[in-house]
Write a protein that binds this ligand. Structure first.
Ligand code: ADP
Ligand code: MG
Length: 228
């Protein structure tokens, strides 16, 4: 089994409001084997999201990669062209954000948004994508999987929308799923329900993943990995 993720000596810098450049990621190493589920744990602001986003070849405005390698499925996102990054996102790596509400467009139906990756990347004909979406809704234990896609984002609960954002991420069969604190906005019972749905769908697909990416702030070179 190979490693689907290899992060080596990653450094990320950020420009502060006063114009000073600070290093926010200081030499992180992380390996994730095919099929492995790794959780990163660390306090707020320790760099979890910053690391997670580099897997998609992305840094937030004001931030930039200052060194190191981020190899995903054999290719380094640090040296990739924008076109290569676009091809990577959704098909090799997909991201489930903290706030599903912010990830969905309120004026489009859920189905239209879930199948969008398949459409943009021409992965399959649209009827097949819609069929696959319904299968994913079922696997994620969503109610009325055949018809829930006709609703708009405000017509489902927070926990359901979070599971629907996982369906959106899974439609392109990515090799890596990044879950960035996908349940922090939910109440505790809903968190359990949503995590259970994620876990079962990931197992079913034998996928690698990273959830709530985190590093221990005092020891950035040794992220705490655990299976959940
Ligand atoms: N554009 C920026 N300018 C300055 N600092 C930033 C910028 N973006 C992020 N940071 C800082 O980087 C650190 C890591 O942020 P983040 O990865 O979001 O942490 P986490 O996800 O662990 O809460 C934070 O301390 C944050 O203040
Ligand atoms: Mg974060």
């Amino acid at each position: 089994m190979g490693n689907v993720i290899e992060i080596r000596d990653l450094h990320v810098k950020a420009k502060t409001d006063s114009g000073r450049v600070v290093e926010i990621i200081k030499g992180v190493d992380l390996s994730v084997a095919d099929g492995e589920i790794v959780a990163l744990i660390g306090e707020s602001g320790s760099g979890k999201t910053t690391i997670a986003l580099t897997l998609l070849g992305y840094t937030r405005p004001g931030c930039a990669i200052a060194g190191g390698k981020v190899v995903v499925a054999g290719r380094d996102t640090v040296t990739m062209s924008e076109a290569e990054k676009r091809a990577l996102r959704g098909t090799e790596v997909a991201y489930v954000p903290q706030s599903a509400a912010a990830a969905f467009n309120p004026s489009k139906t859920i189905m239209d948004q879930v199948v969008e990756v398949a459409k943009i990347h021409h992965l399959m004909p649209m009827p097949e994508a819609r069929r696959k979406a319904v299968d994913l809704f079922e696997a994620l234990a969503l109610p009325e999987p055949e018809t829930i896609g006709r609703r708009y984002p405000h017509q489902v609960s927070g926990g359901q929308l979070q599971r629907l954002s996982a369906a959106m991420a899974l439609i392109g069969d990515p090799k890596v799923m990044v879950f960035d604190e996908p349940t922090t906005a939910l109440d505790v019972t809903t968190q359990i329900e949503v995590l259970r749905a994620f876990k079962s769908v990931m197992r079913e697909r034998g996928m690698a993943g990273s959830t709530s990416p985190t590093i221990s702030p005092s020891s950035p070179r040794s992220p705490i990995g655990s299976s959940f």
